[in-house]
Design a protein around this ligand. Structure first.
Ligand code: KMH
Ligand code: ZN
Length: 273
């Protein structure tokens, strides 16, 4: 038996209520989705903040409100996004790590992101990583393209392993401009990861389910959520994040892979909670 854990990414930085009225934006909405997602099988939550107008925000007060609301209602491992949106400043993105959550995302390279550029030059990546090492924050390496995997190796060679020793990667497939969400690409990308790394995979949009099926078959962990996909099927909007987590849990069940609780995932990732 090779158990897996499920990450839920409920909000993201790009979509709003006009795209899907069910997307959670406020601390209260995110905590409600978090609780239902944990009941459906999630053990880690990837958080983005929004201001009162629904725009992406990395303001510490907004992120702290969300973290407190989620902590009050769940035992989920909390991961804050340092990616933010393509418009967030490097300074604000670095500031997220100061909140010292259990985990932060860390994207390992720039990538075309639809019509925009998601900028992640080497000096920013290095500063984010060193800060996470200093503050005992588990990085989750976000890998949107093959070059990002080369940069991950450079990062580990230059600065050594994360505190705690766990190297955890999330392969993000299907972003327009990044790696395609196909089994062939996922197989190739996985083969390039550090040997001792744990990894999950995320498929954006219609690649969400095929990527989850492939990752479950290959021994990976799963990430789903309304950050990545807003339609449950061609004709149905996602009703809430727990619906996507429940589908990931059934994929795990079909693959005969037990789903880890938050406490078990904490042990696997060497985070203290
Ligand atoms: N919103 C994307 C530009 C992360 O959270 O670390 C970046 C992103 C990655 O979502
Ligand atoms: Zn994100």
């Amino acid at each position: 038996m090779n158990p897996l854990f499920i990450t839920v990414a409920p909000t993201g930085a790009e979509s709003g209520k006009a795209d899907n009225p069910n997307i959670p934006l406020t601390a209260e909405e995110i905590a409600t989705h978090a609780e239902a997602s944990e009941q459906a099988g999630a053990s880690l939550i990837h958080i983005h903040g929004r201001d009162s107008s629904g725009q992406s925000s990395l303001h510490p007060d907004i992120l702290t409100d969300i973290v407190e609301a989620v902590r009050a209602r769940t035992n989920l491992i909390i991961q804050l996004s340092t990616g933010g949106s393509v418009r967030d400043s490097f300074e604000d993105r670095l500031g997220v790590v100061d909140l010292a959550p259990e985990s932060c995302s860390l994207t390992c390279g720039s990538v075309n992101f639809g019509d925009e550029i998601f900028r992640n030059p080497w000096p920013l990546i290095s500063e984010l990583y060193k800060k996470m090492q200093a503050l005992d924050v588990l990085p989750e390496f976000e890998l949107f393209d093959f070059g990002h995997i080369a940069t991950l190796h450079r990062l580990l060679d230059t600065f050594g392993p994360p505190v705690g020793g766990a190297i955890h990667c999330n392969l993000v497939l299907g972003v327009p401009g990044g790696m395609a969400g196909t089994p062939q690409i996922l197989t190739a990308a996985r083969s390039m990861l550090p040997e001792n790394a744990t990894w999950s995979a995320t498929g954006i949009g219609r690649t969400s389910t095929p990527v989850a099926l492939t990752a479950a078959a290959m021994g990976g962990h799963l990430r789903v959520g309304m950050e990545d996909v807003l339609r449950y099927s061609r004709d149905e909007l996602v009703t809430d994040n727990a619906q996507l987590v429940a589908r990931a849990a059934s994929i795990a069940d079909i693959a005969q892979r037990p789903v880890l609780t938050s406490s078990q995932a904490r042990e696997l990732l060497h985070v203290n909670g």
